[in-house]
Design a protein around this ligand. Structure first.
Ligand SMILES: *[C@@H]1O[C@H](CO)[C@@H](O)[C@H](O)[C@H]1NC(C)=O
Ligand SMILES: *[C@@H]1O[C@H](CO)[C@@H](O)[C@H](O)[C@H]1NC(C)=O
Ligand SMILES: *[C@@H]1O[C@H](CO)[C@@H](O)[C@H](O)[C@H]1NC(C)=O
Ligand SMILES: *[C@@H]1O[C@H](CO)[C@@H](O)[C@H](O)[C@H]1NC(C)=O
Ligand SMILES: *[C@@H]1O[C@H](CO)[C@@H](O)[C@H](O)[C@H]1NC(C)=O
Ligand SMILES: *[C@@H]1O[C@H](CO)[C@@H](O)[C@H](O)[C@H]1NC(C)=O
Ligand SMILES: *[C@@H]1O[C@H](CO)[C@@H](O)[C@H](O)[C@H]1NC(C)=O
Length: 594
């Protein structure tokens, strides 16, 4: 391969100095994002290889959106006609010219290890930093995450040759500053009770707790409580008949693993009929490195809570670590070792490549909005739309830390940082739920991204202009974007969740990390119910939830989510930013989904 490589370098030099000389800015940040600092005088050897991904401009996105809209709308004749892998690929595939131009551009710049996504809507490659700088008319620098000390190679601004601008959706990593060490709540790295780091929480011996605590379901939400709270009765899925195509997928990011032995202990304890069944989750390693970690709290919590009511529906854990291989050398001073790439697109692309993907997916990880470039966020959002078009219900935790000032540079607007509350809430029936209702969302798209649902679009202005928000001050209203996507969609129990941490150590987990898998398990039961009646799985849930589904939700009408040193948003009848539409009443939903 030596000869072609040399040739390509020559072509690259020629190409970069002639054909593509006019550039247009693609993305620019006003300053280094908060929490990060540029490492002065960091030497980046020209031989430093960047693991890059280029997103190609889609051509069929309006058709994809229209298909998603139709197939997930219970009132549309095509409801439930979920698209096949080939159909979604056909709708995702960029124009042939786009693929050809991008491929030629990468080859001309000595791209190595080129790897196309299954629908050719993005391509990954390793590119020497000196070449990447020429391709993007930029200078890469070294930036340090202040809290964790991790270093990454990024830039504050990049451009594209004008001829390529309409063909490229995003280039990553460029201006993305994802927080590589989120420490709050179980939604980040170090889970624990009420957002405390795991290490600060003594592991509980489950047997030592007072049984009445479980029965009351106030302090603890274990499987019997979940059955009670969501009106599940003794519903058991039937995986032997049509239900056999039902399947729960659990995302595992950041090198977090789930233990099969822990799952077994959990099932043995709570689901007697599982004993002797050898039930466990499959593991499908998506992107490495695959180094099982010693801390398994998040992965154990997610797998155990997803199956707590859904046993014996098959479940797969998908480690998606997306940490590029890195061999530090003396010049690099650790640069790149912290270069965690975003796992979302790797995960979505993998799932879209499956002939029989999971029917429900739960994701208990999040990034702060301000750290994700808009174009990249749009690509991820379109990916979620594709999953929806395949008939997959995607449940994502919205974060654990309530409303917060995004601490943006002065040049940008202050706004509430999307994350989640720790509300004191009361049910419609005025049953006290104290702190157990946390929020999560299905989709968190930017302004150009696909539909949520007409119901959602109507609910948000109705709330903002309604009585619950009547006394909003000018300061409060300046802190969020009225045109943006509101969340959460629904609420689910998020605290006091028992799970097996390791051997005889049981722990209480919490946060939206607990809410998302719990809800995914319940959605799997709704799928089972539909499959048993010869109907396809639910797919993208929002059009149903904001339509007929509303009457199958338990509305939360009291309480509030606060933040930014402001009182925040009040709960009220109907959708509100504190609890969304409320929580599932499975018994009622059963009749509504048929
Ligand atoms: C979606 O449904 C509308 C009619 O309600 C139809 O005009 C449109 O072609 C459909 N879209 C797709 C992709 O089938
Ligand atoms: C358990 O708690 C209940 C109420 O909090 C109390 O009445 C009961 O005595 C406790 N039982 C034990 C064994 O501690
Ligand atoms: C359960 O919650 C009550 C009320 O918050 C508290 O007083 C009690 O200590 C809790 N019990 C346990 C075992 O945490
Ligand atoms: C579980 O595994 C054991 C040991 O491999 C085997 O003997 C047993 O038949 C399995 N049980 C079921 C229900 O498959
Ligand atoms: C996934 O990676 C882990 C860690 O390297 C390994 O133990 C496991 O066998 C892999 N699983 C599969 C299905 O390849
Ligand atoms: C929320 O409700 C409280 C209590 O009724 C009220 O004082 C407050 O002004 C309301 N907030 C907004 C933004 O209207
Ligand atoms: C299975 O699905 C088919 C249609 O796909 C339906 O005709 C049949 O009644 C279903 N069987 C059961 C047992 O649910």
């Amino acid at each position: 391969m030596f000869a072609p490589l040399l040739l390509r370098i020559l072509v690259g030099l020629l190409a970069s100095t002639s054909a593509h000389s006019r550039f247009a800015v693609k993305n620019a940040l006003p300053t280094v994002p908060s929490g990060w600092a540029e490492v002065q005088n960091a030497r980046l050897p020209p031989t430093h290889g960047l693991n890059m991904r280029f997103g190609l401009a889609p051509q069929g996105s309006h058709l994809l959106e229209s298909s998603l809209r139709n197939t997930s709308d219970p009132l549309h004749p095509n409801y439930g006609d979920h698209l096949s892998k080939a159909q979604v690929h056909a709708l995702s595939k960029p124009a042939t010219d786009t693929i050809r131009m991008v491929e030629a551009w990468l080859e001309a710049h000595n791209a190595n290890a080129m790897r196309w996504s299954s629908s050719r809507d993005s391509v990954s490659a390793v590119i020497l930093v000196s070449f990447a700088e020429r391709m993007l008319s930029t200078r890469f620098g070294v930036f340090q995450h202040i809290k964790s000390g991790k270093r990454v190679v990024r830039t504050l601004r990049y451009s594209l040759p004008e001829t390529l601008l309409p063909h490229i959706a995003f280039v990553h990593p460029t201006t993305a500053f994802f927080d590589p060490m989120r420490q709050h709540g179980i939604g980040g790295f170090a889970p624990g009770v009420d957002g405390a780091p795991h290490s600060a929480v003594p592991h509980l011996k489950k047997r030592g707790l007072n049984q009445s605590d479980y029965i009351s379901c106030v302090n603890v939400t274990d499987p019997p409580c979940v059955r009670q709270l969501y009106n599940l009765g003794d519903y058991k899925p039937d995986v032997t008949l049509n239900g056999s195509e039902n399947h729960i997928g659990v995302a595992g990011y950041l090198n977090v693993w789930a233990r099969a032995d822990s799952l077994k202990l959990y099932l043995d304890d709570y689901i007697p009929e599982s004993r002797g069944s050898n039930y466990t989750f499959d593991v499908v390693n998506i992107t490495g490195p695959f180094i099982p970690a010693s801390i398994n709290a998040e992965g154990n919590l997610d797998t155990q809570l997803a199956i707590q009511v859904a046993y014996p529906i098959p479940m797969t854990y998908f480690p998606t670590n997306s940490i590029p291989p890195h061999i530090p050398d003396q010049n690099q001073d650790g640069i790149g070792s912290g270069g965690v790439n975003e796992p979302y697109l790797d995960f979505i692309d993998y799932v879209l490549g499956l002939d029989k993907p999971p029917t429900v997916i739960t994701i208990s990880y999040a990034d702060d909005e301000q750290t994700v470039p808009q174009d990249y966020a749009n690509a991820v959002c379109n990916g979620f739309a594709k999953l929806g078009a395949r008939g997959i219900s995607v449940l994502v935790s919205s974060g654990d830390s309530g409303l917060g000032v995004a601490n943006l540079p002065e040049t940008m607007e202050r706004h509430s940082s999307p994350s989640s509350p720790r509300p004191a809430l009361t049910l419609l029936q005025s049953e006290k739920l104290r702190d157990i209702s946390l929020r999560f969302l299905f989709l968190n798209p930017g302004p150009d991204s696909p539909i949520i649902s007409t119901g959602h679009d109507a609910s948000v202005p109705a709330y903002l202009d309604g009585p619950a928000n009547a006394h909003e001050t000018a300061l409060q209203s300046s802190m969020y974007n009225r045109q943006g996507r509101a969340y959460p969609d629904i609420t689910c129990a998020g605290s006091g969740a028992f799970f097996n941490f390791f051997e005889n150590e049981w722990d209480i987990g919490g946060g939206t990390s607990a809410a998302a898998p719990t809800a995914a398990g319940i959605v799997a039961l709704l799928n089972d119910w539909r499959l048993r009646h010869g109907k396809p799985v639910m797919g993208f849930l929002n059009p149903f939830l904001y339509g007929a589904g509303v009457t199958g939700m338990v509305d939360i009408v009291e309480g509030l989510v606060s933040g930014c040193q402001q009182p925040g948003f009040n709960a009220t009848r109907g959708w509100d930013p504190t609890s969304g539409l409320g929580f599932f009443d499975f018994g009622k939903l059963q009749s509504l989904v048929l």
